[in-house]
Design a protein around this ligand. Structure first.
Ligand code: FUC
Length: 348
């Protein structure tokens, strides 16, 4: 394993550092001490050709100007909180309303637009970057001083693991995810419509027009949301299912996972032969097919556009604080938030 650090740029007078980890099986991962942003993941295709499989930029300026959370950690709470308000232990809290009167992805800066302290470590078969962030009481409106730790580990089996850990001195909400946009074609040669996705999920959440859960849990059976035997991403774009139309033609939906650490999410690009297996201890994955991606910028020389990447955001259920029948995302004072997701890259 090799770890390398270099200057990536500067934000508000502070250096943004890029850490690159390279294993002995042709896989390389680069991430930043800003938003924990994963800027690049290089993996081989079926013929051994090593190319980048995530959306990212080479300058901080582009991240600041254009990035819809490319590769970043999002929190304290991923997804939307209706009306930017919630009640905990009888007290109402107002969090940043940064999208149509609702709270999205932790607010203006959240976890994605702040510096994290970094420490690297390595052993025989893996190398890690540990990230630390202290979110002060009241930040973006959330109660409690929250100490977050997140560890990215790459091993020699082309397995990339993210572990999250949080403790707070007051009861608060935590539901963190990583917002990487994957595109297994390699260096964005094609969009992701021809990718196939297989997911062990028989239920998904119905969304309203603001993309907030209505509270209804729907069966995937006989819908374009049934990925149990695998289907092309394109199906949801061509679909006239009301839920695909609400998501601006595509998917922006939380799927409840039936299994954990059992190949529950498998994304394949049949052309390159690349495959990504995502496994997690989290109750759901938000499948977002890049339906809102703008076309007013370039991504490493490629025109940005809809469906150029897709996110597999493993997490607790969105807006859970307003739906008592969803698993809670409340972190009690003195308790510990923990989550783990493993991304394994291979070829078919
Ligand atoms: C995803 C979606 C949102 C939003 C954002 C950039 O998580 O759920 O709709 O577009 O990313």
């Amino acid at each position: 394993m090799r770890i390398n650090q270099e200057r990536f740029g500067e934000i508000n007078g502070r250096e943004v550092t890029a850490v690159t980890i390279k294993n002995s099986h042709g896989m390389t991962l680069t991430c930043l001490n800003y938003g924990g942003i994963i800027t690049k993941i290089l993996v081989p295709d079926a013929s051994g050709k090593v190319e980048n499989v995530v959306l990212g930029f080479d300058t901080v300026e582009e991240y600041e100007k254009y990035s819809p959370y490319f590769g970043a950690v999002v929190g304290r709470v991923a997804g939307r909180i209706k009306g930017g308000a919630f009640t905990l232990n009888g007290k109402t809290y107002h969090v940043t309303k940064n999208e149509n009167g609702n709270h999205l992805h932790g607010g203006h800066r959240g976890f994605s637009h702040v510096f994290w302290d970094m420490e690297t470590a390595e052993d025989h078969h893996s190398a890690s970057v540990a990230f630390f962030y202290q979110s002060p009481d009241g930040e973006e409106g959330y109660p409690g001083n929250l100490q977050m730790k997140m560890v990215y580990t790459l091993d020699d089996d082309n397995r990339f693991t993210i572990r999250y850990h949080g403790v707070s001195d007051e009861t608060t909400l935590v539901n963190v995810t990583n917002h990487t946009y994957f595109n297994l074609s390699g260096n964005l040669k094609r969009d992701v419509l021809g990718h196939t996705l297989e997911m062990k999920s028989h239920r998904f959440l119905e969304l309203d027009r603001s993309l907030l859960p209505t509270g209804q849990i729907l069966a995937v059976e006989d819908t374009p949301f049934d990925f149990r035997s695998g289907r092309r991403v394109e199906d949801g774009v061509r679909s006239t299912h009301e839920q695909n139309l609400i998501a601006s033609r595509g998917y922006d939906h939380p799927f409840l996972l039936d299994r954990h650490f059992d190949r529950e999410i498998v994304l394949t690009d049949p052309e390159s032969g690349r495959q990504l297996i995502v496994e997690t201890d989290q109750p759901c994955v938000v499948l977002y097919t890049g339906n809102q991606l703008g076309d007013d910028f370039m991504i490493r020389g490629v025109q940005a556009r809809k469906y150029l990447g897709l996110c597999l955001e493993t997490q607790g259920l969105p807006d859970a604080v307003h739906h008592p029948h969803f698993p809670s995302v409340v972190l009690e004072k003195g308790g510990t938030y923990q989550a783990k997701t493993i991304y394994t890259f291979c070829v078919k």
